[in-house]
Design a protein around this ligand. Structure first.
Ligand SMILES: [Co+2]
Length: 425
């Protein structure tokens, strides 16, 4: 998810990176017969062959695949900043002991990240032009529910907040940069020429892994994607304990703006979306209060030991500034205590929200599947009273193209861990 900011107040986040020269989030269109899917029947043509069956069985509670419940570590990176050098040398042992205090939390983050990698790989194997966005998000979310064991038959189905989907799956197209997910009845189709940001969240005990990538079928967008991937990797590289947020933004901006993309005979310098930000993440809170800018903005706030950040960047061929608009799908309950809603429908809706999401973000589709009906009036009343916050889609100008990459990083005392890193990005 991303954090958008008006002139004063930070709002949303987003970002990602790349590991190997071969990693590719650009999806080659594949013939339908090769798209044997694991969880979802995409186009109704269900194939009952052995290959499909085998794959299907791989999407199950991930605890069955890691019986010792120790999940793989992410990519380790040294702190290269001057003030962090001693952290990798003489004081390392002391720091390691301190790090052990958070061992369970790190393991939860690694579990969420391993699920994230598997969920996105499963999706990448299935994506093709002419899928509906509803099918795209169902592939992601059904796999997430299975891997976390909160699906209808899962081991953790009675504790919906213990783990599962971290926030609504973003599938924002073209000039829309963030916070689009289909509502019921949405007919939007993914086209060959689209640029789709896929933003996926997985949470374990409230620790949210927030990581996103961009999908294109047409290679004309390659430079745009490379610019953003490199900008996010730069943000990851520049992050560290005691590093000022403005300095990270400055480094991101420099890399992003060093790229150009030629589209339909016109050359664009890639611009960062200057009012979108990365963010730290708190337990059950996608936006922890600190914003990592994509430009030099003068924010002297520092990153701190033990914090957990989503480093995300957005590049655009538009004006580099997003505005909110369009039908809302994303919501989250605000923190704090509120008087019991007067409206009985609002009261029962709030109970559903408290029981299933707490302060995690959610979307209308999740209410639908919980059996809520005709809730829009009540929902809007909760929004009006400040109990629930709505997060509308965020878009640059019509006709522009935006891309996003995002990784979640952990600031351990001695090193940082790019916990969501995969072979793909
Ligand atoms: Co984010």
């Amino acid at each position: 998810m991303s954090e958008a900011r008006s002139n004063s107040a930070p709002v949303v986040d987003n970002g990602l990176t790349e590991k190997t020269a071969t990693s590719k989030t650009q999806i080659e269109p594949k013939p339908t017969e090769k798209n044997v899917s694991d969880v979802e029947v995409i186009d109704g043509a269900k194939k009952k062959n052995k290959k499909k069956k085998k794959k299907t069985n791989n999407i199950k509670n991930i605890e069955l695949l890691y019986p010792d419940l120790k999940f793989p570590e992410g990519e380790w990176m040294d702190y290269h900043q001057d003030q962090n050098l001693q952290r990798t040398t003489d004081e390392e042992k002391r720091y390691l002991a301190r790090d052990q205090d958070h061992a369970e939390r790190w393991n939860d983050m690694r579990k969420g990240s391993e699920i994230h990698r598997r969920v996105r790989k499963n999706l990448q194997n299935k994506l093709k032009p002419d899928m509906s966005l509803t099918d795209v998000v169902n592939v992601v979310e059904n796999a997430t529910r299975k891997f976390t064991g909160v699906d209808e038959n899962g081991d953790h189905k009675d504790r919906p907040k213990s783990q599962g989907i971290g926030f609504p799956t973003g599938v924002s197209l073209n000039h829309c940069a963030a916070h689009f997910t289909p509502n019921a009845g949405d007919q939007t189709i993914l086209r060959y020429e689209d640029v789709m940001k896929v933003d996926i969240g997985v949470q374990v005990n409230g620790y949210i892994v927030d990581s996103a990538f961009t999908v294109t079928f047409d290679s004309k967008y390659d430079n745009l994607l490379t610019a953003v991937k490199e900008a996010t990797n730069t943000g990851v590289r520049e992050s560290g304990i005691d590093v000022r947020l403005t300095d990270i933004g400055e480094a991101i901006q420099e890399v992003m703006e060093s790229y150009e993309v030629e589209l339909n005979g016109k050359t664009y310098q890639v611009k960062p979306c200057r009012n979108l930000c990365g963010h730290n993440i708190g337990p059950y809170k996608i936006h922890g209060g600190k914003s990592v800018p994509l430009v030099k903005n003068g924010d002297q706030t520092k990153m701190e030991e033990g914090e957990h950040f989503a480093i995300e960047t957005f590049g655009t061929t538009g004006r580099g500034y997003v505005i909110s608009g369009g039908e809302v799908s994303h919501y989250a309950k605000n923190e704090g205590s509120f008087p019991t809603p007067a409206l009985s429908k609002a009261k029962s809706l709030l109970k559903t929200i408290d029981d299933n999401f707490g302060t995690l973000p959610w979307c209308r589709r999740y209410l639908d599947r919980l059996g809520e009906e005709k809730y829009l009036f009540a929902l809007n009343s909760l929004v009006k009273h400040g109990v629930v916050e709505e997060y509308p889609p965020l878009s640059d100008i019509q006709g522009s193209y935006t891309a996003q990459y995002e990784h979640t990083i952990l600031l351990h005392p001695h090193k940082k861990e790019v916990v969501s890193r995969g072979e793909d990005y």
